[in-house]
Design a protein around this ligand. Structure first.
Ligand code: ADP
Ligand code: MG
Length: 305
């Protein structure tokens, strides 16, 4: 029996509650064979559009009284976790498989001196016009930036995860073979300040958080499921070539050659490399549609030491 971290990308979640539930029912079907085999699993998921939606809903109620982003993240973990939990439970119930599934509100520790705080890059929440943006910037001390011609948005930092606060609980649940849904959206970012944890407005990349999770639970495999079936070199060009299996050394060379796009594939590749480097275990990047085959190592890009 092994331990797996399965990381679900944005394409697993859709645009509204109904779509999300439907898509996650398909994801659950793909995961169930692993559960039937008795594997231990932690599921991590993205939350970009969902947390934005929650944040926007509160802003629409009252522009001058924003819901803190960390709290929005906590809500998104419950909302998405509920759907994954329910989808898996329903299939297991039909199959009369007795495994417990639980969603954990998860805080992820970041360093308050992380250099990322000096240059916020992640746009979050609603779009505003210039006047509203100026008002919010002044009132709230937020950094507001124009986002590709669509209006002004708040930007926050994307610091690196350094620890998972609830890790002992996650490990205890795994010992009891519970399936755990945790660190949704990369986790709720917290800093340690004068001996206490404090939620902050930031976005932790869910790929890095997944790798941190895999490292902490000493996963046999980190599986990142996204919208493409493989990682490619020369992606989107005529000489595009899929990568089946690749070592760290070779992957480093591909990075230097600029094959992976920042903000999409690069963080996945870097997160996988970090996990493989630290544990000498395997990471896989595959498409959500081929999840079942990826679990059998028959699809996807395998990153090895
Ligand atoms: P997720 O929501 O799963 O994090 P992202 O959109 O952030 O998804 O990242 C996956 C995307 O990365 C793919 O859909 C693809 O468009 C893009 N991408 C960039 N470079 C590459 C590459 N070299 N090989 C494959 N996909 C790539
Ligand atoms: Mg992404």
């Amino acid at each position: 029996m092994g331990r797996f971290v399965i990381s679900l990308g944005g394409n697993a979640l859709g645009n509204n509650a109904e779509e999300q539930q439907k898509l996650l029912e398909k994801v659950a079907e793909a995961i169930v064979p692993l559960i039937e085999k008795g594997e231990d699993i932690v599921i991590v998921h993205g939350n970009g559009p969902q947390v934005g939606m929650i944040n926007s809903a509160f802003s629409a109620l009252d522009v001058s009284n924003q819901m803190p982003f960390a709290e929005c993240g906590a809500m998104s973990q419950g909302y998405i976790g509920f759907h994954i939990q329910k989808a898996l439970q329903n299939i297991l119930k039909q199959k009369k498989i007795d495994r417990n599934i639980v969603t954990l509100v998860t805080q992820v520790l970041v360093d308050k001196n992380d250099p990322a705080f000096l240059t916020p890059t992640k746009p979050i929440g609603s779009f505003y016009n210039k006047e509203e943006a100026d008002f919010i910037a002044k009132e709230k001390n937020y950094v507001m930036k124009e986002d590709s011609g669509r209006g002004y948005r708040r930007v926050v930092a994307s610091p690196k995860p350094i620890d998972i606060i609830e890790k002992e609980s996650i490990l205890s649940l795994l010992e009891k073979h519970h399936i755990v849904i945790a660190a949704g959206g990369g986790g709720i970012p917290v800093i340690e300040d004068k001996g206490v944890y404090r939620g902050i407005d930031a976005v932790i990349d869910k790929d890095y958080a997944s790798a941190k999770m895999a490292e902490i639970i000493l996963a046999d495999e980190l599986i990142i499921l996204t919208a493409v079936d493989f990682v490619y070199i020369n992606y989107n060009s005529i000489n595009q070539e899929k990568i089946n299996k690749v070592t760290l050394i070779k992957l480093k060379k591909y990075i230097e050659e600029g094959h992976f796009k920042e903000g999409s594939m690069l963080p996945k590749v870097l997160a996988c490399m970090d996990f493989v480097e630290k544990t000498k275990r395997t990471a896989i990047i595959a498409s959500l549609d081929n999840a079942a085959l990826a679990f059998e190592k028959e699809q996807g890009t395998k990153i090895i030491y």
